[in-house]
Design a protein around this ligand. Structure first.
Ligand code: ZN
Ligand code: ZN
Length: 142
C-alpha cells in the first residue's frame, strides 16, 4: 500500500499539513464533497485553515491527478479521490453525488470515435435523478 507520504513524494508535492488533511479526508469519504463541506469537516482539527487554503490544496491535488474534480453543474465543483474514470449520478433534490459502480463506459469512447474524427481519450459521464432518500421523503408527503 502506498502511504500518502510516498504518493506526495512521487508527485514531488510538498507535504503540508493542509494538503495531507484534505487528501486524507477525501480518501475517507465516498460522498464527493464540495470545498465548503471539506472546509467545515476539517474545522475542528484545523481551526486555522481557511476556505481559500482548502481551495488551493484541492487545486494542487487535482493538478497532480491525486484528486478528481467533478463539475456537476454551473460552478458546482465536487471532489473525489478516486481518479479512475467512473460515471457519477447526482440527486437533483439534495445535490448528493454517488458513483455509478460496475458499469463501464470505456467502449463509449470507441463508439464516439466512430462518429467523429477524434481520437477519443476519455469521457465524463454524469447522470441526474432523485436519490432514494429524497424519493422516500416525497412519498411520505402524500
Ligand atoms: Zn436526494
Ligand atoms: Zn466518484
Amino acid at each position: 500500500m502506498n502511504s500518502i507520504t510516498n504518493i506526495f513524494r512521487e508527485k514531488k508535492l510538498k507535504l503540508t499539513p493542509q494538503r495531507i488533511a484534505v487528501y486524507k479526508y477525501l480518501q475517507s469519504t465516498k460522498e464527493h464533497p464540495s470545498a465548503e463541506t471539506i472546509y467545515k469537516a476539517l474545522q475542528t482539527d484545523y481551526p486555522t485553515m481557511s476556505l481559500a487554503t482548502v481551495y488551493k490544496a484541492l487545486k494542487t491535488l487535482t493538478e497532480v491527478n491525486l484528486v478528481n474534480e467533478l463539475n456537476v453543474g454551473e460552478g458546482n465543483f465536487r471532489y473525489d479521490s478516486n481518479v479512475c474514470s467512473h460515471p457519477h449520478i447526482q440527486c437533483v433534490c439534495c445535490g448528493r453525488v454517488d458513483d455509478v459502480e460496475n458499469v463501464s463506459f470505456t467502449n463509449l469512447n470507441d463508439k464516439i470515435a466512430e462518429f467523429t474524427d477524434y481520437k477519443v481519450l476519455t469521457n465524463k459521464v454524469y447522470f441526474y435523478g432523485v436519490c432514494k432518500d429524497c424519493a422516500d421523503k416525497d412519498n411520505t408527503d402524500f
